[in-house]
Design a protein around this ligand. Sequence first.
Ligand code: NDP
Length: 400
Amino acid sequence: MGKALIIGCGGVASVAIHKCCQNSEQFSEIMIASRTKEKCDALKEKLQNTTKTKIHTAKVDANSVDELVALIQKFRPDVVLNLALPYQDLTIMDACLKTGVHYVDTANYEPEDTAKFEYKWQWAYRDRFKDAGICALLGSGFDPGVTGVFTAYALKHHFDEINYIDILDCNGGDHGYPFATNFNPEINIREVSANGSYWENGHWVETKPMEIKREYDFDGVGKKDMYLLHHEEIESLALNVPGIKRIRFFMTFGQSYLTHLKCLENVGMTSIKPILFEGKEIVPLQFLKAVLPDPASLGPRTVGKTNIGCIFRGKKDGKDKTYYLYNVCDHQECYKEVGSQAISYTTGVPAMIGAMLVMNGTWTKPGVYNIEEFDPDPFMDALNKWGLPWKEDFDPVLVD
Ligand code: NDP
């Protein structure tokens, strides 16, 4: 039994909050706190008669350490689950340090003015978290998140040494719009318009955006084009997997999405540099976000499945071994259960699980850790229990 403060009330938070309420044996009380309190109140209204979890709401500006500290001191949670945006990670970690409360998030810190995600800013908190006797669990979504847990599980149960990891993130869903993003458009477009990169033989190899393309036949989805992207878990896995030679991350995109993105890029709409418009400074990408469909509105209209997982190659008992671990998730099933599409669902469920394991002491150790640094078994069991069952394939088709 414990108390969680959940910051943010968008697509991912909504799923995590539904799941906390389904899991009221663990989450006896939650506080939903976000910039727009009306969203928190609406969710409380929807859920409070369906659960034993006691729900509170508050308005908070997560860029303000003082506001966060005041809220934490008032509610006294056992864990803070950060489901706002990556820009708020450091202020929320600062507030956790000041109040001595554990911290969990799903995405690493990004400065607002540079689209560059790296762990260095959060890893710099290691000693302070250790000295304060509190735990920060970084990246408890799907990717990063489940992909790191899959890696730890593969290493623990199937390999003596993992040499190659290909992370494949396939969204076979169709929302019927010519162009929309499945999670926060600003974060999504910053991610896919950046240069790609992968880890090989101890260093980064950089590619142009969308330069490397492959086709893969995904269980539950079928054949899709996928493109190599930089992705944040590569950085931590490269450090935490002994003997690793290469880690790549591929994500599927449809032709319509890519054509629209190229056009928006060509006309400057994806830029994060502020421009002067009618006497006011605006950021083109933030304006674009305002005119695109809200990811939360895609739920009812998205059909199809996602398939996200990792193909591992390495050695067991001196022999070469290949192992594929993945989850298939159906957009409409998610919508029926929690009112969101599968992208939010596949992130919100692991966020709840990570917060639960830290809150109930299963995963608590003082310091700042990436998810693959914990024992994967309780998390793998919880994935099966809470809606993201995983599948194994010992003879998968490889990506060349
Ligand atoms: P949304 O934009 O739907 O939600 C973000 C929420 O944060 C909104 O409720 C927003 O408030 C709130 N927020 C923003 N700024 C502040 C602030 N200063 N103070 C308080 N609240 C604030 O995003 P998503 O739910 O799609 O994504 C949430 C997080 O999950 C992101 O960090 C994203 O990168 C991460 N993510 C991780 C994935 C993974 O697999 N690891 C996959 C997908 C997402 P308001 O309602 O007022 O806008």
